[in-house]
Design a protein around this ligand. Sequence first.
Ligand SMILES: [Zn+2]
Length: 468
Amino acid sequence: MVEAPDAGAEPDVLLISGGDVVTMNAQRDVLTGGAVAIAGDRIAAVGPTSALRAAHPGATEVDASGCIVTPGLINGHQHLTGDPLVRSCIPDLLAPGESIFSWSVPLHAEHTPDDDELSATLTAAQSALCGVTTLVEAGTVAHPDRVAAGMVAVGVRGTVGTWGWDVEGAPFAAPPDEVLDRQREVLAAHPAGGLVEGWVTLVGHDLASDELLVAAADLARSAGRGMTMHISPTSSDPESYLRRCGARPIVHFDRLGILGHHLLLAHGVWLDGAEVDLVLASETAIAYCPWAYLRLGQGVTVAGRHGELARRGGRLALGCDAGNAGDLPDVLRVAALAAGLARDMPVDPEGFGAHDAFEMATIRGAGAIGKDAEIGSLEPGKLADVVVFDCCASAWTPHGDVALQLVWGSDGRDVRDVFIGGRPVVSDGRCTTVDVAGLRTAAASAQRDLLGRAGIEVPHAWPQVPAG
Ligand SMILES: [Zn+2]
């Protein structure tokens, strides 16, 4: 049993008892028949159930017998607005970029503050139901306070930003100074250490001036916050930077001095060898969203080097991206795909396994977003973000190796309970903090209104024939 070094006066203790505890500590210990003691928002102890019961006799117990107990899952790239209200509406057969400029941009332009909060709340709840306890918002939010309010209502941890780009004629675009002022406002309104923390968030791609890129990185570093933006999910960013700057994006970023530990790049699919070396040398992190690349036909199986980045010690988190690009906010589903691609692309079944993918979903993902001192493993003193998988579910019968079964053999549908900062957010497979059924009803109505305002009619793959 390991006790927190300084428990102090102990608040009410919650004991998640009797499960197999996948700690993701430095040794990757799995404590069979173990328990996690939670005091306030922190993990007080992890150890044998009998010992923790003896140490905390008045504790409230959550029986996790026969269950798997893991750290909360980390989603390093999730759009909380826009797509959630039009999930499965953007058709498959579109030319590259058309889904962004014919769909996402006009829909975002019509999003109301209420839409932002509703879609963020719904996505946060769906994420929690899949065992995701930390969300990095991807940078397309017009009303960050409303998005943060949705995340807080659900009780999900994460980061929030607001639209940051200085291209002409785009929604919420502005000159660099104005963009930076809005970023500073988000950092001030959502301080570090809160459940939802403000990050410097640019759209990225080739949609920011060098002046904005440099100033944004300076702001993130001086404020001690993370910065995130999109780059190179397809070949179009490298082509564009080569035309404009005579260098590929990561090389250009290196020359600008914006790479580093503060920076989480979403995607990084089309990197060449020199760019991979720069990402690793600068300790720049990457949010890897393989379902989005497959869904949108962006070429990860042709160009992706995330397996190499992982093997060479790169800072990688998994991401679920958007409601029409990856679709489900289920990090385990992404972990299985990430492991499969890392094994199949080099035709190497020995270099990367399910256990590696689960690291990316937990402690390694926490490291990629600069939070591994606080989350990502079940260890005394860390924030109590804990997931209980119901191993009575058919996918778990009979039990095998826990890493294999978590990644290959199940997904977020087997999540029974979720605690975030010690607070129960999901119990017995139901979200306890918000009315998910009510949110779904509201989303259906908001979708009709949003599509109407944007003047978009959803084309269907098959003819829609009235039955009567
Ligand atoms: Zn994105």
